[in-house]
Each structure stands twice: as C-alpha cells, then as structure tokens.
Write a protein that binds this ligand. Sequence first.
Ligand SMILES: Nc1ncnc2c1ncn2[C@@H]1O[C@H](COP(=O)(O)OP(=O)(O)O)[C@@H](O)[C@H]1O
Ligand SMILES: C=C(OP(=O)(O)O)C(=O)O
Ligand SMILES: [Ca+2]
Ligand SMILES: [Mn+2]
Length: 657
Amino acid sequence: MVINMATSNITNGNGFVKEIQTSPKRESEICHDDSSSPIKAQTIDELHNLQKKRSTPSTPTGTAPAGFSSIAEEDRQRLQLQSISASLASLTRETGPKVVKGDPARKSSSTKVAHVAHHQLPPTISISDSSLKFTHVLYNLSPAELYEQAIRYEKGSFFTSTGALATLSGAKTGRSPRDKRVVKDENTEKELWWGKGSPNIEMDEHTFLVNRERAVDYLNSLDKVFINDQFLNWDPENRIKVRIVSARAYHSLFMHNMCIRPTEEELENFGKPDFTIYNAGQFPCNRFTHYMTSSTSIDVNLARKEMVILGTQYAGEMKKGLFSLMHYLMPKRHILSLHSGCNMGKDGDVALFFGLSGTGKTTLSTDQNRYLIGDDEHCWSDKGVSNIEGGCYAKCIDLSREKEPDIWNAIKFGTVLENVVFDEHTREVDYSDKSVTENTRAAYPIEYIPNALIPCVGPHPKNVILLACDAFGVLPPVSKLNLAQTMYHFISGYTALVAGTEDGIKEPQATFSACFGAAFIMLHPTKYAAMLAEKMQKHGATGWLVNTGWSGGRYGSGSRIKLSYTRKIIDAIHSGELLNVDYHKTKVFGLEIPSAIEGVPSEILDPMNTWSDKDAYNETLLKLASLFKNNFETFTNYKIGEDNSLTEEILAAGPIF
Ligand SMILES: Nc1ncnc2c1ncn2[C@@H]1O[C@H](COP(=O)(O)OP(=O)(O)O)[C@@H](O)[C@H]1O
Ligand SMILES: C=C(OP(=O)(O)O)C(=O)O
Ligand SMILES: [Ca+2]
Ligand SMILES: [Mn+2]
C-alpha cells in the first residue's frame, strides 16, 4: 500500500529550493534541512517495500500479480508446491515435506507465502521433528537473487571485477567418473553397456533408494532448497523437462545458465518433470552402504528417472549427468546424441567438433565468423542438429582477451566462475593462477556469445571434425578422413594427457574414450558409431582429424600448435578450400595431409618435417600406433550397422605397421 505523505512541496523539479521560507516555522520543521522531494513512505519498512516492484515471477513468491485471476493463480501455486513436495518426499515415511515458498530470512508481513502441508493426518505420537518443519523453496530464482543468496550464505562467493560470481566447488574440482553408478535392473541389464571400458558401474535399486533417502533427508533438514525447473534440447519435439533440487545458490545459478531457461508461460505449464536431480553434494554418502567405494556417489536410476548426488559439489556432475540421460533417451528415438561443439556458417553450413575435455570444442565452436549452436552437447535427428543445453562451460585456464574475445566478454554479470583466483581488492581474476585447480571454469548462458544462434538448432552437418590433443606430436595438424577412418577415430576417441597435470605422469599418456565421451555414453559405442556412419553417409558429411596438440616434437621438446593456426585450418575446412587441394598419405596411420593451407606455414602440415630427430619421430609414431591398436582390440568382436562390410573397413582404417 502506497502512502503519499507529501503535503507541501518546497522544491522545484530539479530538487533545488524554490524560495526561502520566511513564515514562522512549526516545531517539527525547525531542523528540516531536506532539500529533495519527500518520499512516498512513512516508515523504513515502507521505504524498503517501495524498492521492489512486484513482478510476475520467474521467481514466484506466492503473491498473485495484479491482473491475474487470483483463484487460478492460487491453484497453480498449490499444484506447483504439491509437485515440489512430492519430489522431496521421503520414501520410507511416505510423506512429502511441508513446503513453503520464499526465503526464510526474508519473511515479512507484507509477503504472504503459499504453502502446502504434507499430509492431512492429525499429528500422532510417532511423528518426527522433520515433519513439523517447513522446507522453504527458492523456485527458479533469477541470477540477481541467486547472487544475493550465494554471497550471503556461501563462503567463497564473490563478485569479480567484471560482475561474474566467483565460487568454490569445494574439495572436488572435477568430475568423479569412478563414483558414477547406474542401477542395473531387468531392463538396463539388457539395454546398457556394462563391463570393461563402460562408464556404467552397477548398483542395485535398493542401494539407490538408500542414497536417495539420504539425499532427500539432508535436503529436507535444511532451511531452504533451490528448485530449478528447466528444459533440455532445443528440438521442441524432443524436449526433456528436468527438475534440479539443490542446496546451493551456486548449483542453482550454474543450472540456470546451463539448461534451457523456460519462459514465464512455459514455467506456469511445466507440470511434472521428466527427470529429477537431487543434489546433496555437501553431504557424503555412507561408506557402510553396499557398493560405496568412497564418500562420493553419483547415482542414476533410469526407471525412476532420478539422479542422486552425494559427496561432490562440482557442478559439472549435474550437466554431464543429464548428458548421460540424453545418451540413453535419444537413441531410443533414433536420435544420435553427440559430445561435440557445433556451429554454422553464414551459408548454413554446419560443423560438429568432437573431442575429449580440453581438445578445443568450446574454443573452436566459439568463432566470431560463425553462429554458435552450442559448445558441448548436441542431438542429430532426421531434421538436423539441436543443442541440448542453454549455456556453455568454458575452461578458463590462461584465458586471454586477445585469443578468445567472445569467451572473455561472456564473463560478466550472471556468469558462474568456478575455482578461479582473484585480487583480494580489485577482484580482477588471474586466469593463469592454478592455485585452486587447473580446471577453472566459466558457465554462462549461450546468449552471452554475441553470434549465438537462438533457437540453437541447425541443418544437417557438412563437416565432422574430430579433435585430438596429441602430446606425442605425431598426428598431423589436419587430415581428411574417409568414412571408415572417421568411424575408426570416433570409436577410438584418442587424446593425450601431458606431464604436469597429474602427479606421476612423466611422459604423454594416451587416453582413449569411445565416441569421444565414454564417460557419458550409456549404450555400447558401436550403437552410436553406426548411427553416426549412417547419418554422415546419408547427408554427405566429410570427416576431418585435427590435432590441437603438439608439433615439432612431443610434449617437452615440441610446442602446442598455435591456436591461430588451428583457427586457419578450421576456416579452410568450413570454406571448402581443403576439398580442393593436393593430399599425400602418411605412413602407418594412412592419413591424408593437405599440401597447403592459407595462413598456415606449409612445413608444419606434415609432422615428420617438424621433428629434427627423424628416428625419434618414427619411434614415437609406432608407439602411438600400437596404443591405438591395443585399444581397438575390445571392439574387434563387434559388428557395426546391419551388414558387416563397414566393420571390416573400419578395422582396416586403423594404423598398419
Ligand atoms: N591449437 C589449439 N586449439 C584449440 N585449443 C587450444 C589450442 N592451443 C591452446 N588451446 C587451449 O586449449 C583449451 C581447449 O579447451 P576447451 O575449448 O575448453 O576444450 P573442450 O571444450 O573440448 O573441453 C583452451 O584453454 C584453449 O585456449
Ligand atoms: C565439463 C566437461 O566438459 P569439457 O571438459 O569437454 O568442456 C567435462 O568433461 O567434465
Ligand atoms: Ca566434455
Ligand atoms: Mn568444453
């Protein structure tokens, strides 16, 4: 209620005193030196009430906004809270908690909060304390509200000089793939990939429920929980509704940025989620629980459509957990899920960038000359490509404005900056500082990249670029692949770890991750490979292998290929220039190397030229080739696609020595 207390106006519109009053002053005016217009409030509380205009919520508070039918609005709020209470229900007590909307610290008499009681039964002697309390729900808060929550309540949360929210993810600064478990039941036993090489480490339904209860009880014991109701997949026909229940504003803002943000109307009609994450990452799992090998556990239950996180606060677990879900759901609909970046040229030519972590998906898909469709997770359906996410997750170690201007500029208000180090006073981030971790990250909404394509969908890809960061320095900076070679390298999923990042690694260590994403795939790699082969064939896409790693020698003696050269190589792929040059074939790997590329020194195109010690080159080449061969042995017993001819071709497309 607004009260206008202005009685006499002693100022003009500019706030200057109009005229000096000469009439005798009443007592109350004796010390009146206020020269601006009086405000429309009589008390401090009223003043504070004036500050915030009621808005229709991306952040519902339970108060019906003017102009809406309040009955319908009340009903809608009640249904929404019932749904949240059901999400948070304890399975052993068969009750949902009493939930109430709004920040418990900001209850004021003027803000009525909608709430639902968990059950109508009269209290009995067996009732526990937890059923007497309310769980406060912070529902789809805005970035500004989440900033306030983080800065007030979460240690390690700060504004940086460019307005990003710096946060700490705690003891875990990366994913924990060895702690990710999937419930093995009648269906998943048959459907999923289990055993050697598979990311799906089994657990049983009962253990899942034990962990779920632990997470739900933890979340309900808190004053408040954050709920994000959002979408995955920009393809409207294959959109998935996800609910993320979490205990930290950091997690809520991260998912706000990374998933697709619903409009107000979409949120009103959200209904029941298709999948729910319970993120109780601050709370460990119980190591007396069967299957638990550490205090961290990330558990997926496909039948229940739920995921539980205990013992890690690293936000990437949520993003990549949902990606695993998509690797299960999409192939069922004959849609291929891809661990790749994706962009599109002005003429509508789409490129995919596959690669393991750190190989350049985010960096190279973010290209000032092209439209960004997404940096990490996509779907390829009969209609074309669609991004799964609503945001990007860039590595920011050694980030520079000059080399990566779009990512640099995206680090502003709304962006979550994980585990970076900044100046205590100026809050300027030192991107070279690895004190907390080398895996420093920025999560921002995709529209923070100026040439993002919204909605994030595009036609069928023309180029499929496989990125490998080869620390042995023997793979060419670029080579053109035939279909069998593309499949061979896709299934192999090679990249290298270098010394320095992990203790004990003295020389480059090859890692092979099937489909460039073994940590996320759910089905056997050949299922995805067959789909990729079919789609590439059908749509005439060309495969390329790009080494974003070492040149002129292995790690230690050579150096990483300049990002500016890699960008020129990628430009030449996009433009079609590389389809019209001469090629020669390398020994062992049989890769086709172009003779020249505009803007790239020709002598670096064949790695053999860049090594001064040719014997060392040959030895290293053979070493890598044998690593490829050993890795591929697991796949030699599988056939790909309907007929076996492609399988034979793929096997023949590997190194020969
Ligand atoms: N030639 C190069 N090509 C691509 N990235 C490079 C190159 N040289 C250095 N980099 C750096 O390597 C990192 C690639 O990481 P990123 O793009 O986040 O990988 P991904 O998205 O595949 O995990 C970035 O920090 C980038 O600046
Ligand atoms: C977040 C991740 O993606 P990437 O490193 O590929 O950007 C990850 O693999 O955990
Ligand atoms: Ca990744
Ligand atoms: Mn990335």
